[in-house]
Design a protein around this ligand. Structure first.
Ligand code: FE2
Ligand code: FE2
Length: 165
């Protein structure tokens, strides 16, 4: 069973989208390292590594399907300065929504091309997106609640810092 060119091109593009997501998370983490919010810095760095694993999953799938991998540039994040944990988590949540749309677009193409194996492969990513949207949004909600109360923000920070390695 051959994978169609448009599906493999989209997956190849998604490999770079995942690395781009990693870049954003590294940028947020680096900004937070310069603040007292070390828990958020840790959380974001761990997420950056997870995004690289997503890219690796796609890489493995592409080569397994016999696709000639195409190297490309990784886009630069729009900003690398995040003023607060809320700024960072808002950017992360908004980015996760974009990634969900990217995955859905590949699913649509795979479905149209009757590529059931790719649909099956992408089901894991869709479920992962539900989790990642929820994870980032719950921090947005908590940080909005905390507002300018530094003690509450530090509480959210220690929650973020409990993320298991
Ligand atoms: Fe991802
Ligand atoms: Fe993600």
């Amino acid at each position: 069973m051959k994978i169609t060119k448009r599906v493999s091109d989209l997956l190849n593009e998604q490999f770079y989208n995942e690395l781009y997501a990693a870049h954003i998370y590294f940028a947020i983490s680096a900004s937070m390292r310069l603040t007292p919010y070390q828990g958020v810095a840790k959380w974001m760095r761990m997420q950056a590594k997870e995004e690289m694993e997503h890219a690796d999953k796609i890489y493995e799938y592409l080569v397994e399907r016999g696709v000639q991998f195409k190297a490309s540039d990784i886009r630069k994040p729009e900003t690398d300065v995040f003023a607060s944990p809320l700024d960072g988590f808002k950017a992360a949540y908004e980015h996760e929504l974009k990634v969900t749309a990217q995955i859905e677009k590949i699913c649509d193409a795979a479905e149209e091309d009757k590529d059931r194996v790719t649909c099956d492969f992408l089901a894991w990513f869709l479920k992962e997106q539900v989790e990642e949207e929820n994870n980032t949004f719950q921090f947005v909600r908590a940080l909005e609640f905390a507002g300018d109360d530094k003690k509450l923000v530090m509480g959210v920070d220690s929650w973020a810092g409990k993320r298991a390695e």
